[in-house]
Ligand binder design. Structure first.
Ligand code: ARG
Length: 250
């Protein structure tokens, strides 16, 4: 009987180890926790597609944060308009999308310390009669839905003068085909869109200064603290600057 128990124990241990080995080997990742970042990848140089891969400042900084947290990393592309609720519902752990810290958003999510600055600018066609911000009055303004550009344009020039697009590229395409007279969008994407499309220019007067930060669910305070620590380290050791300089050459 004793011998039987021993044999049984050995058999069970072998079976268990085999199961564990198989389970680990069968997974593509390390069994570590995963940090899932929600973004809208039509926003160069912060997030955009290179082939079927999402690259950009946010994609790289997000990956470094995950590395610091000893987590695997995944990016989910979605409408900008859906990012905050995806964070709230836990569909993603963080929202990182050149996202501006705003009072109304702080009612729904927390924000990390800021890791970049943004400026809202105005894109028009070369030779447009819109030369200053005042000239925007009564004109049709294209924006990315639910962005700060959308909020400012709607507040300052009236909802009826604002046309909302799901992303910046679509708003810029509308400007090119004269469906809208101007586009209000963040300065770095604006530069990228102007560089990629003929006949567009950016007004010299900037519209508004902003801080970009990472959105985290209200109850996820532990993750928020870890992210802030990671951001502080990545700032101190120059990693974030290096990524920014790679995508935005001085
Ligand atoms: N900074 C603006 C905002 O927070 C626009 C961000 C848009 N980002 C994007 N990935 N499409 O509202």
């Amino acid at each position: 009987m004793k011998k039987f128990v021993k044999i049984l124990a050995v058999v069970m241990i072998v079976a268990l180890s085999a199961t564990l080995l198989f389970a680990c080997g069968g997974q593509e990742d390390t069994g570590r926790e995963k940090l899932i970042m929600g973004t809208n990848a039509a926003f160069p140089p912060y997030e955009y597609y290179e082939g079927d891969k999402i690259v950009g400042i946010d994609a790289e900084v997000g990956a470094l944060i995950a590395e610091k947290l000893d987590m695997d990393f995944e990016i989910l592309d979605m409408d900008f308009n859906g990012i905050i609720s995806a964070v709230q519902n836990g569909v993603v752990d963080i929202g990182m999308a050149g996202m501006t810290v705003r009072e109304d958003r702080l009612e729904h999510v927390n924000f990390s310390t800021t890791y970049a600055k943004g400026v809202q600018v105005v894109i028009v066609k070369e030779g447009s009669d819109i030369k200053t911000l005042d000239d925007l009055a009564g004109k049709l303004i294209g924006v990315q839905e639910a962005t700060t550009g959308d909020a400012y344009a709607s507040e300052d020039y009236g909802e009826e003068n604002v046309k909302r697009y799901t992303n910046g590229a679509a708003a810029v395409a509308a400007l090119q085909s004269d469906i809208v007279n101007a586009v209000i969008i963040d300065n770095e994407p604006a530069k990228a869109f102007v560089a990629a499309n003929e006949g567009l220019t950016i007004l010299e007067t900037a519209y508004a200064d902003e801080d970009y930060a990472i959105a985290v669910a209200k109850e996820n305070t532990e993750l928020l603290e870890k992210i802030n620590t990671a951001l502080a380290e990545l700032t101190a050791d120059g990693s974030i600057d290096a990524i920014v300089n790679k995508y935005i050459p001085a």
